[in-house]
Design a binder for this molecule. Structure first.
Ligand code: HEC
Length: 100
């Protein structure tokens, strides 16, 4: 086997390994800090937006708010939060439910 073949084989193997372990797995806490904390407070105590800790909304309700928006209310939840995949929205909703 030529050295270049070995190199290609190595690349394929390492790329497959990288796919098996998602490098950018949805991390609710990180997403919350980056996209929610400035309005809802780092501990969900509320700031510009209402307090989220101890919310009576379910994780599903929160996920829907983030992915579809809530046209009855004002910005920023009029529309879906941009740059948030469905997985990210679920992860951050689950994280919000852990705030106490
Ligand atoms: C620019 C400020 C801002 C950002 C950023 C923001 N929110 Fe909000 N949020 C608000 C405001 C203001 C309200 C109240 C008005 C409304 O419900 O639309 C609200 C309402 C909510 C509600 C409903 C609370 C209730 O009891 O009815 C949830 C849940 C929520 N936000 C979650 C999030 C999450 C999770 C993120 C991050 C992905 C986020 N928000 C990002 C300002 C923000």
């Amino acid at each position: 086997m030529k050295l270049t073949h070995l190199l290609v084989l190595f690349l394929i193997v390492s790329m497959t390994a990288a796919l098996a372990v998602p490098a950018f797995a949805a991390d609710g806490a990180t997403t919350y800090k980056a996209k929610c904390a400035m309005c809802h407070g780092p501990d969900g105590q509320g700031k510009i937006g209402p307090a989220l800790k101890g919310t009576s909304l379910s994780a599903d309700d929160i996920t829907a708010l983030l992915t579809k928006g809530n046209d009855a209310k004002k910005a920023p939840h009029k529309k879906a939060i941009s740059g948030l995949s469905d997985e990210d929205a679920k992860a951050v909703a689950d994280y919000v439910k852990t705030l106490k």
